[in-house]
Write a protein that binds this ligand. Structure first.
Ligand code: PGA
Length: 252
């Protein structure tokens, strides 16, 4: 059975006090919940990882970083390495988020390097990808998704996918209140599994958790998660509220 995952991407929200408080509330809210085959991950900003990870240690909550540089160290002002993230208590990193691609110029080529570095450091990657609105309108979303995966991940071996979680996030649905319909999500998730089967094998394709992201809320989570190839969600806005986040976890 594939692992289900609900991951909260806090983006550039929550200062230290707020991060500690939200972490505490989330831990408490799921303490008595039987999380059958389900992982809960939160991704605070770099500066708050250490304190959040300390609070989450030994609980059902895991902590991820939102980005990472591919080099180990050096003259890269403002960047953070895999070793640095691990040293403060996180072994998971979100890579390729559309905001990183859009506002910070991240390319598939850079992402391939970041993925390699993360895996070499025995970190798990939540790899994000997805089309923009014009690409969807032109019916190019399948092509776009395929090329994003090919360019950044398909140099890997099948066994590497044990440490990869995929997150399909149509850019037009991120933070917009607009979601892909459950059918649209299922259609593309099934397509992703097909290209993974073609490139690798069915066992690999079937074992990878594929999350949906883009305006997942308590009101729509259950329907989206009910789809066969949707294994959970990467949650932005709704992950900042403990009740909404808990309701989404309960929907899985
Ligand atoms: P959203 O963000 O849930 O606010 O749309 C999702 C994401 O960016 O991962």
């Amino acid at each position: 059975m594939r692992t289900k995952i609900v991951a909260g991407n806090w983006k550039m929200n929550n200062d230290l006090k707020e991060s500690k408080s939200l972490t505490k509330k989330i831990i408490k809210s799921i303490k008595k919940t039987a999380l059958k085959n389900t992982r809960v991950i939160i991704a605070p900003t770099f500066v708050n990882i250490e304190r959040v990870a300390k609070k989450a240690k030994g609980t059902k909550v895991e902590v991820a970083a939102q980005n990472m540089h591919f080099e180990k160290s050096g003259a890269f002002t403002g960047e953070v390495s895999a070793e640095m993230i691990k040293a403060v208590g996180s072994k998971i990193v979100i890579l390729g988020h559309s905001e990183r691609r859009q506002y910070f110029g991240e390319t598939d080529e850079m992402l391939a390097k970041k993925v390699n570095t993360a895996l070499a450091n025995k970190m798990e990657v939540i790899f994000c990808f997805g089309e923009v609105l014009d690409e969807r309108k032109a019916n190019n979303h399948f092509k776009v998704v395929e090329s994003q995966l090919k360019n950044a991940l398909f140099h890997l071996e099948a066994k590497d996918f044990k440490n990869i979680i995929l997150a399909y996030e149509p850019v037009w649905a991120i933070g917009t209140g607009e979601t892909a319909s459950p059918e649209q999500a299922q259609e593309i998730h099934a397509f992703i599994r097909k290209i993974l089967t073609d490139k690798y094998d069915e066992a690999t394709a079937e074992s990878i958790s594929i999350l949906y992201g883009g305006s997942v809320k308590p009101a729509n989570a259950k329907e989206i998660f009910s789809k066969q190839d949707v294994d959970g969600g990467l949650i932005g806005g709704a992950a900042l509220n403990k009740d909404d986040f808990k309701a989404i976890i309960d929907a899985i």
